[in-house]
Design a protein around this ligand. Sequence first.
Ligand code: MG
Length: 380
Amino acid sequence: MKRTISLLGSTGSIGRQTLEVVRQLKLPVAALAARNNVDLLERQAREFHPELAVLYEMDAALELARRLSDLPVRVAYGMEGLLEAAAMDAADTVVVAVVGMVGLRPTLAAVGKGKRVALANKETLVCGGELVMERARRCGAEIVPMDSEHSAIFQCLQGCADRGEVSRLWLTCSGGPFYGRSFSELEHVKREEALRHPNWTMGAKITVDCATLMNKGLEVLEAMRLFDLPLEQVSVVIHRQSMIHSLVQFRDGALLAQMGTADMRLPIRYALTYPRRAQAEEPALDLLRCPALTFAPPDLKAFPCLSLAMEAARTGGTACTVLNGANEAAVGCFLAGEIGFNDIPRRVERALNSIEVKWNPDLTDILEADQHARRVGQGM
Ligand code: MG
């Protein structure tokens, strides 16, 4: 079955790689959406001919509409535009590859329409995981992860009909550029150093999250929601080579791993073709050229963001939203050169300690907790 795609976040790193896969598989595109990159969205619209093109920022959308006036493409803007792209009848598969909380409402909209949601946006599951998964069950929507670790687990779980047979999920973690350093050694690291990831090429925010290990913390929360398992059954292991993308341990002792090169096109392709597998263009991992594979426990003292995420998981309610919102804002401040590297966990901790937790949150509670946490993350 050829899926028709609506792609939210088409100009970012995952979005551009998704379009490479879409081009290779010759999938029809119903909608493309991005924040404000007029030039790239115009080029993408001319190549993929969506019926809807969305730019979140209104001025950028007006400029795009002017430039695309020779094409039969409708241009929309803002959250309304994103929601329309997420729920439109023409698409059966919605790829959510936007960065941050802005992905939550469109994901809920797509899930509500019973679509397949190929999810690359962590914040959606971290903050609104219970809402999204509950609505997906009710509306018969499939959520297929695009995050490499969760895709690996999803692949290892194929054929497993009883979640009770799973004893543990192992999320692998490269350790990031600062592996082996102590907390005090990290105090004065520079933005440029944090942006140098050893194995993967990604956007700036997620690359900093990989350096603090907050990315792995968010992935633990994401895995708990996606696979409906408690914190006690989700573990992190440092695996510097990024060749095993994650593992599932079963109660009979079997440990299944998914291996491959560090290339996002594999999990992207699988999310678009699942349960089938399509021919890849990029070369597969060559086992005979593999370095030795190593495994080590994470250093929670040097990288407190990971333990803060686990603390938020234990607390539950809006704590995960607070963790995520404070982190997103603090990383923004770090990227702007306003605060040091270790101030990121300090601000997240302050937000977790100062903001009251709400239990069984609805969408309004989540959005409020997010706004509040952002202010603390910004140092206000
Ligand atoms: Mg990942």
